[in-house]
Design a protein around this ligand. Structure first.
Ligand SMILES: NC(=O)c1ccc[n+]([C@@H]2O[C@H](COP(=O)([O-])OP(=O)(O)OC[C@H]3O[C@@H](n4cnc5c(N)ncnc54)[C@H](O)[C@@H]3O)[C@@H](O)[C@H]2O)c1
Length: 354
């Protein structure tokens, strides 16, 4: 059987998508250099999906439904070997650096990792006749939008190097598809993925101080940090705090299965917003999390951050109509599952036996 290559499959969104793929009968080869993840995430994916074979790079049986290779996409030789070893049907490309603040400090590392990794991958795809790719893009490519909800046709403009890598990386598979009419590409622009698998076995495990709001709120709820900093309460929104579209990571994972099916039937390139279409303010997120964890979450208001939009939420019409995808979970389930993950894994995957 042909396999789906999942780059960055040990990461937050990748591990949930691996679960969804296995549950939908796909066989997968995961490539990850574990620079921002743990192999335990994949062991837990196996537990969720009831897969009992051994893990491990070279020892993995080629006929396993989930094979893992610890491999850096910048290592062209290692990547070439993987493409030579398996019959790859399609690629889902998550592997990238993703921290906005870090990208401002280390822009070249971000451009090298995210762009070169994507180029190396497309080169191997071309060499081995692999014609289908789903690419992890981000709503960050819309920068500060002119209006909401944001449709895929909105102007693209970025406010930080991470965003620019997503903008530039979108163009690589797009041109890859332009060069051969049999190729097909889905560019998935995620809004703000949060939550965790309802089992509490896999979830977001940021290294160091979390960049995103929800993992930070979780750590405050767990008593690991004293308070949440809210960047600006003077935006033109009902409560003055920034509004974003949060999406349950399990819904996002399902969107990848829908996108894979779509590119199986269509050629060319199409971009899709994956968001619920609902906006929640920072204060509403804090309140929803207080409800989920049953404790108050202290916060303080600080200055706005440059580059932050007042509000951003998705027009998800295209994903609904063309992918047949629709988000199932609301904000309460997102907070419930995130809190369940936090409680069961207070230090993430660190020190866990499996
Ligand atoms: N989490 C978000 O808020 C968000 C929002 C929009 C888009 N995205 C995009 O979705 C994708 C997945 O994000 P995530 O939140 O799961 O991040 P993550 O850091 O948890 O996952 C990325 C994975 O890629 C791996 N990786 C990075 N560089 C690699 C390389 N050169 N070779 C092999 N593996 C490499 C990391 O070890 C990690 O496991 C990324 O492309 C990210 O830019 C994320």
């Amino acid at each position: 059987m042909h396999k789906i290559l999942v780059t960055g499959g040990a990461g937050f969104i990748g591990s949930h998508t691996c679960t969804a793929l296995l549950e939908n009968g796909y066989e997968i080869v995961v490539v990850d250099n574990l620079s921002n993840s743990s192999r335990k995430a994949l062991e837990r994916v196996r537990i969720i999906c009831g897969i009992n074979e051994d893990t491990g790079a070279s020892t993995s049986p080629a006929n396993s439904r989930l094979v893992f290779h610890e491999c850096d996409l910048l290592d062209q030789e290692a990547l070439a070997q993987i493409f030579a070893q398996y019959e790859i049907e399609a690629v889902i490309h998550f592997a990238a650096f993703k921290a906005v603040g870090e990208s401002v400090e280390k822009p070249l590392a971000y451009y090298r990792n995210n762009l070169q990794g994507t180029i190396n991958l497309c080169e191997q795809m071309a060499k081995h006749g692999v014609k289908k790719i789903v690419f992890s893009s981000s709503a960050t490519v819309y920068g500060v939008p002119d209006s909401v909800p944001i449709a895929e046709t909105a102007p693209l403009r970025c406010t930080n190097p991470y965003g620019w890598t997503k903008f530039m990386c979108e163009q690589i598979p797009r041109d890859f598809a332009n060069a051969d009419i049999a190729r097909s590409v889905a560019l998935l622009r995620y809004f703000n993925p949060i939550g965790a698998h309802p089992s509490g076995l896999i979830g977001e495990d940021p290294r160091g101080i979390p960049n995103n709001l929800l993992p930070y709120v979780l750590r405050v709820a767990a008593g690991q940090y004293p308070q949440v900093n809210i960047y600006g309460q003077d935006y033109p929104t009902p409560d003055g705090t920034g509004i974003r579209d949060y999406i349950h990571v399990v819904d996002l994972a399902a969107g990848h299965v829908s996108a894979l099916k779509y590119i199986d039937r269509h050629t060319g390139t199409e971009a899709f917003n994956l968001g619920t279409g609902n906006g929640y303010s920072v204060l509403e997120i804090i309140q929803a999390m207080e409800k989920a964890c049953g404790c108050p979450i202290p916060y303080q208001i600080t200055e706005r951050r440059p580059g932050d939009a007042a509000e951003g939420y998705a027009d998800n019409t295209l994903a609904r109509l063309k992918l047949g995808w629709i988000a199932q979970y609301g904000i309460d389930e997102m907070c419930r599952d995130a809190w369940n993950w936090q409680q069961k894994n207070p230090r993430g995957y660190e020190n866990a036996s499996v």
